[in-house]
Design a protein around this ligand. Structure first.
Ligand code: NAI
Length: 339
């Protein structure tokens, strides 16, 4: 089989990691072109990965680069438009989360994906590719905890990234769309159900600058699903111990807990501060293996025609819930989800 020729879109904090994975560690993938609005990032792609076809304009890349697929890791606000344009140009599409920051634009992506069934379309809900999260899914499918009815999940980042995150809010869709979206996707995946109401509270307890952009640095959210199942999701941008993503799935006969203590590895330090375990620092350190598996899965699906485990509908539903949580947080009342 010929390698999948990819146009990389966005070479920022995450795009560079994706580009390295695709170019250096993913069998059957080749980066033929790269697009970024930051000239230094294009220089990086040329020097680090030897990419020769460099574009500051996405439309120009779609028209003139010899590519089969685009791998979108640009700002969230442009994901949907870029995904739709690529599908219309006959390309396979990997789109980072969130698929879009409004429900309407997600529905338009979904329609474009349905209209181009020969193009593989996948959304970057990376936790579904993490070995522990996948194993939990297998256990649920085997009936290990009976019927799952509650997901508790949190996404927590180190406080030192808060300054960067404030600048990210205008294009990310805010804390629910940017961070909680992973927990929302997990809750839908594990419970096998759709959300019908959402309630969120939060505040800017450590960094008042989040309140100035109508966002928060810590939030709590409650979801009810159509069958009455529940999710309890939280986010913090102000941790001091490390990146602390963890999830529990409660079922009628047992509970699964995934990554409750965010340990870096199996080493414990015994010294004058006590007995302790080092933590993972950031999302990439925690999910590096999952990011590689995710890239490999996209390339494999695009080359073989297999259907990805996470598609456009998952992208829409997660944004729908993220959007309603944002509304609930800003208006101070429960949001009912309409489809
Ligand atoms: P960043 O701000 O570091 O990089 C954004 C990139 O997008 C830059 O390379 C910029 O040149 C490019 N860009 C912006 N507008 C563009 C346009 N119109 N055409 C082409 N390129 C354009 O952001 P970061 O942290 O790398 O995040 C990128 C995306 O990845 C976001 O959507 C974010 O939600 C997602 N992400 C996903 C994570 C996950 O766990 N799956 C973790 C971190 C980010």
């Amino acid at each position: 089989m010929k390698p999948l020729k990819i146009g990389m879109v966005g070479l920022g904090r995450l795009g560079k990691r994706h580009a390295e994975n695709l170019a250096l560690r993913t069998p059957g993938a080749s980066i033929e072109a790269a697009c970024s609005v930051v000239p230094e990032e294009l220089e990086w792609a040329q020097e680090r990965l030897g990419v020769k076809n460099l574009f500051g304009d996405y439309g120009a890349m779609l028209v003139s680069a010899d590519i089969d697929a685009v791998f979108i890791a640009s700002s969230s606000a442009v994901h949907a438009a870029q995904a739709i344009a690529a599908l219309k140009a006959g390309k396979h599409v990997f789109c980072e989360k969130p698929m879009g920051i409004s429900i309407q634009e997600c529905l338009e992506v979904e329609a474009a994906a349905a209209a181009h069934p020969k193009s593989t379309f996948m959304v970057g809900f990376v936790r579904r590719f993490d070995p522990s999260y996948r194993y939990a899914k297998e256990l649920i499918e085997q009936g290990a905890i009976g019927e799952p009815f509650l997901v508790r999940s949190q996404t927590v980042d180190l406080d030192e990234y808060a300054a960067f995150q404030v600048g990210f809010v205008p294009t990310s869709g805010g804390i629910f769309m940017d961070m909680n979206i992973h927990d929302i996707d997990l809750a839908r995946w594990y419970l096998g159900d759709e959300v019908n109401s959402a309630y969120a509270i939060g505040g800017s307890f450590v960094h008042p600058e989040f309140a100035q952009v109508m966002d928060a640095d810590n939030t709590c959210a409650l979801l009810t699903f159509s069958t009455g199942k529940m999710a309890d999701l939280s986010v913090s941008r102000t941790a001091f111990h490390g990146h602390d993503t963890h999830t529990e799935i409660v079922g009628s006969r047992g509970i699964l807990k995934i990554g409750i203590t965010p340990v870096k590895n199996r080493v414990e330090i015994f010294d004058s501060f006590g007995a302790r375990k080092p933590c993972v620092r950031d999302f990439y350190e925690r999910f590096e293996e999952a990011f590689r598996a995710e890239a490999a899965a996209f390339v494999e699906c695009a080359r073989s025609g297999a259907t990805p485990i996470v598609g456009a509908r998952d992208g829409t539903e997660a944004t729908r819930v993220g959007f309603c949580l944002t509304e609930s947080f800003r208006k101070g009342r429960i949001a009912t989800i309409r489809r």
